[in-house]
Design a protein around this ligand. Structure first.
Ligand SMILES: NC(=O)c1ccc[n+]([C@@H]2O[C@H](COP(=O)([O-])OP(=O)(O)OC[C@H]3O[C@@H](n4cnc5c(N)ncnc54)[C@H](O)[C@@H]3O)[C@@H](O)[C@H]2O)c1
Length: 276
């Protein structure tokens, strides 16, 4: 199968970035979101970034759609909707009916089991995890997650597709948090506990981790970039995936911030305030 048309479901933080990556690699892109305003915003941000790179000619390959049925002709579909198992399963059920049996159906999930997403869906061998990092146009790593029923041949196709996108893919067996998010949970969780215990402030921890630790971003600025809701959902999912091992226990502070709707950059405030 030659991949020419790529569908992306969810035009939020990740979907918009993934769409840009696919446009830059010469694919026809069908960007789907339930919300037309989100699609318009995504197009605006993709346009601005491509203009900066002098690649705005690729925008003619961008199609904005609101119905999954319009992804029928895509050779690859990447799902990037919020981190909720039932929502993702419903989307894959619909995709399985709409897309051809040899299409690749990929999920950008941060932590949900690919095995569980694919269970009971026709031709589960074509369902794999395809985990980009934020911002997708900048970060080179893609985790290709192989679920219990994912096909080895399909995994190879996904690895080759990632390489064509200019990414550095790594093949990972399905397990809670895969590799990166498993390693990253203690980074966020311990930082949140240090603040909760009154040992150091958000600003101090970020300053220490960047200034002295050599990290590009501290744990709190990074949560604001990712979205505190997305980060919290990932921690919850890894915690459940490890049968509630205490080392992965989610933070109450993070939960409160999600309940309050202070989700980071995307809502104008999280651990820090964002005026623009
Ligand atoms: N934010 C990150 O840093 C990051 C990094 C890697 C992976 N991820 C994963 O990527 C996925 C998306 O995260 P995000 O941060 O882009 O979320 P987001 O909230 O920014 O965007 C999700 C989008 O999905 C749309 N959507 C919801 N239901 C839909 C439906 N039924 N049909 C079509 N569109 C629908 C919403 O309108 C929204 O625009 C999650 O699984 C997340 O765990 C996120």
């Amino acid at each position: 199968m030659e991949i020419k048309r790529v569908g992306i479901i969810g035009a939020g933080t990740m979907g918009a970035g993934i769409a840009q990556v696919c446009l830059q690699s010469g694919y026809q892109v069908f960007l789907c979101d339930a919300n037309q305003q989100v699609l318009d915003k995504a197009k605006g941000s993709i346009t601005a970034r491509l203009q900066k790179l002098n690649q705005e000619d690729t925008l003619s390959n961008l199609n904005l759609i609101t119905q999954i049925v319009d992804l029928a002709s895509c050779h690859v579909v990447i799902e990037a909707v919020p981190e909720r198992l039932e929502l993702k399963r419903a989307i894959f059920q619909e995709l399985a009916q709409v897309c051809s049996d040899d299409s690749l159906l990929l999920s950008n999930t941060s932590s949900i089991s690919i095995t569980e997403i694919a269970a009971g869906i026709p031709h589960p061998e074509r369902i794999l995890g395809f985990h980009f990092f934020n911002p997708a146009p900048v970060m080179p790593l893609v985790e290709v997650i192989v679920g219990y029923q994912s096909g080895q041949e399909e995994a190879e196709q996904a690895l080759q597709f990632a390489a064509k996108l200019g990414k550095k893919p790594v093949k990972v067996k399905d397990s809670p948090g895969f590799i990166v998010n498993r390693v990253a949970r203690p980074y966020y969780n311990e930082a949140l506990r240090i603040v909760g215990d009154g040992i150091a402030s958000v600003e101090q921890i970020d300053r220490i981790m960047t200034g002295a630790g050599g990290f590009k971003m501290g744990p709190f600025a990074l949560q604001d970039l990712i979205g505190i809701d997305i980060n919290f959902a990932t921690t919850q999912s890894v915690y459940q995936g490890f049968f509630q091992e205490s080392r992965f226990k989610p933070s109450r502070l993070q939960e409160r911030m999600v309940q309050a709707g202070t989700l980071g950059k995307k809502t104008g405030g999280g651990f820090y305030e964002y005026t623009n």
